[in-house]
Design a protein around this ligand. Structure first.
Ligand SMILES: Cc1cc2nc3c(=O)[nH]c(=O)nc-3n(C[C@H](O)[C@H](O)[C@H](O)COP(=O)(O)OP(=O)(O)OC[C@H]3O[C@@H](n4cnc5c(N)ncnc54)[C@H](O)[C@@H]3O)c2cc1C
Length: 327
């Protein structure tokens, strides 16, 4: 029987750390739980889960369940699915929340079948209203917010990064290690290698600062100025589709409807016009600084600060001033 009194938050691990977007989802769950009298628990599936739980403890979950097995570090769907299914069967939550990311997108549908749940994927907000879980979901390149809800007894929700602040609650979670074993022999797929496309650069989806370039950056000399700004700020580098198509930036840097969705504290849009398909991937950024020589460019409609001018003149000055200020 499903108990109607708890929320379970899946804390995803990447490069040995819990993702910021998972803490955002947990913070929101704690707020919703507080308002509606729902216990909030969390689960970590990783070989180092109990150490990571100590860090996660300050975000307000009542209990953190640790499924500690090396098989979870393989980034394969089968162990993640099996682990989450076991966790849900054990904890019996009403609502399961995770940060929206590729690994979750891969398993959410299959998990829903296994644990008899409805799925509300990729939402920008979630709440509980009586029997229903109610969410807002950006659709049509984030031009429209769809109100979606489900009264199914169990609902899986994935939340877009940047939708909520990650806030420490001041409390401390209890931690329970759950025995879990899944032999890698039973897996039909094995992971041979992880090829990181970003090298030493900062991961776009988790970055606090993103410097993004568009067609106005034109060529390698413009790209060098953008790279310099990113390096001064310790920022990740993004791009519009226009400069990905010309080959100036790699496809992995593309931000937008058919690229990555980012939600940094600070987003620089340099020589980017602000087409709706681009804005769909960055409008959740907290502060947007646009540099564009066309004062009527639509990017200025979403920008917090706008610099109208030639990026080839502005960037060398900005880079020099930032170097001075930050040294
Ligand atoms: C189905 C579909 C999906 C798409 N998905 C995406 C997506 O995921 N991401 C994406 O980005 N696009 C996407 N696009 C493309 C999108 O519509 C735009 O064509 C693209 O975003 C434009 O890129 P841009 O702003 O770099 O170039 P442009 O629109 O050409 O804008 C260049 C800007 O640079 C400015 N500029 C020029 N020179 C300078 C200078 N020296 N200094 C300062 N400013 C200067 C210009 O004033 C202009 O505003 C998609 C399109 C479709 C149809």
């Amino acid at each position: 029987m499903i108990e109607m009194n708890s929320i379970l938050v899946v804390l995803s691990v990447q490069d040995g750390r819990i993702k910021r977007s998972s803490f955002e989802a947990l913070s929101r769950a704690v707020a919703v739980g507080g308002q509606h009298g729902l216990t909030v628990n969390a689960v970590i599936l990783h070989s180092n889960a109990s150490k990571l739980a100590a860090e996660a403890s300050k975000y307000g979950a009542s209990k953190i369940f640790c499924f500690e097995d090396r098989v979870f570090d393989s980034h394969l769907n089968a162990p993640l699915l099996a682990g989450l299914e076991t966790a849900i069967e054990k904890i019996q939550p009403r609502l399961v929340v995770a940060a929206s990311m590729e690994s979750i997108k891969d398993v959410w549908g299959a998990l829903a079948i296994r644990v008899d749940a409805a799925v509300l994927p990729d939402v920008a907000s979630f709440d509980v209203n009586g029997d229903a879980v109610v969410c807002e979901r950006p659709v049509m390149a984030a031009k429209v917010m769809a109100a979606v809800s489900s009264s199914h007894p169990r609902v899986l929700v994935s939340v877009r990064s940047g939708s909520y602040e990650a806030t420490e609650s001041g409390g401390e979670s209890s931690i329970e290690t759950v025995p879990f074993e899944m032999s890698s022999q039973t897996l039909s797929a094995t992971l041979k290698e992880i090829v990181t496309t970003t090298g030493d650069q900062v991961d776009l989806s988790e970055a606090k600062v993103v410097v993004a370039a568009g067609r106005g950056v034109k060529d390698a000399s413009g790209k060098a100025l953008v790279d310099e700004l990113a390096s001064i700020l310790g920022a990740a580098i993004g791009a519009s589709r226009a400069v990905v198509e010309t080959g100036l930036f790699p496809a992995t840097a593309q931000i937008g409807q058919t690229g990555k969705v980012v939600s940094p504290e600070l987003y620089f849009a340099i020589g980017i016009s602000g087409a709706i398909q681009h804005v769909a991937g960055m409008s959740n950024s907290k502060i947007i600084v646009a540099i564009n020589k066309d004062a009527d460019a639509p990017i200025f409609d979403v920008a917090t600060y706008g610099l109208v001018g030639d990026c080839f003149k502005i960037l060398p000055l900005l880079n020099a001033e930032l170097r001075k200020a930050l040294s």
